[in-house]
Design a protein around this ligand. Sequence first.
Ligand SMILES: *[C@@H]1O[C@H](CO)[C@@H](O)[C@H](O)[C@H]1NC(C)=O
Length: 397
Amino acid sequence: MLGCLVLGWVPVSMGSLTSSSSAFSSSSTSSATTRVSASSFGDPTMYEAFWREAGERAAAVIPGWWGMSYFSNAGGLCWYLEPELEREVRRVHRLVGNAMADGYHLVVGTGTTQLFQAAMYALAPTSTDRPVGVVSPAPYYSTDLLLSGYYRWAGDANAFHGDHGGENIELVVSPNNPDGAIREAVLSSDSGKGKAIHDLVYYWPQYTPITSPAAHDIMLFTMSKLSGHGGTRLGWALVKDSDVAKKMVYFVYGSTIGVSKDSQLRAAKILGVVSDAYEPGPGDGTQLRLFDFARRRTGERWRALHAAVAATGTFSLPDEITGYCNFTKQTVAAYPAFAWLRCYKDGVEDCAEFLRGHGIVARGGEQFGGDARCVRVNMMDRDAVFNVLIQRLSSIT
Ligand SMILES: *[C@@H]1O[C@H](CO)[C@@H](O)[C@H](O)[C@H]1NC(C)=O
């Protein structure tokens, strides 16, 4: 979630991609092994095809007079939250069964990036004069954007087990970024030693079996990973404690005075389309189902990646996780949004550098507190980009 240069495999001949994607810049353009540098935030552009197909049904129209006030729900705890968005967020959680939404406060933010900061602000003790440590077990997602005097990045949570260190805030990312592992808090199990923020942005049925509704103190979600709308910059937190929720709202007030109502309305519309397709109603039966679409695509991609990896004999992937999904009512494999690829070639200590030599720009494992022989691969890019990745990977011997 925090800004980082992820990974991009960009076709040498980018054609129409260049015009629609200014994030890509090609440094040179000729031979098959030309290295093309791309900066990407793990953009979930795979979903574009789905929403193009959905067409008008998913369009949000906003009249000029609408949503002009700072306030949406002046009497509510989260006073800038649009009631329609609140309804749709609670509805999609009830539909999928991935989190307890009833009995929780809903705090909306400009992406989970802001909610992360808000949650850390809310949990950090204000009485001490040194910043509270923020930890996560390796491999963990980039945490170099902790912009506050209240907290500082303290590293691998496993190092804080037992008697080391004092109070810490633990980030529990499950399924984990970068390796897709299902995680539980390491520190909060030691009594009183840690407060946890659960980042559940990938806990949706296209990525992992939904085993039960999560019910942690603070749970973060985002449109970006649910439906692909990263550009809408809309995330939410389900928060058990009202004082923590109020502090988070105060943080959002202090940094952006609420969250764009235009974005909230659009998100409400998108979530409504997602839920409608799974509920009996006046639909014509041909409505597209987002989770089915995404599972099909990611399943195909994982199979292609496994085949490419098997063909080269140079790489390995984490073992596939399977489980019973209470949403699809089937035993299914997890299809993480990122692949955590390990290089096994003799003499290769730095997998990212090795791949760069083959025209693949990857984010190296040491940036996640892990092994330099690993890289993180974005599985959610557009088809054209993903296909070039598979081609280039397959040609490595
Ligand atoms: C599974 O889903 C059903 C509704 O379809 C629900 O009643 C039940 O509590 C769920 N079980 C778990 C473990 O989430």
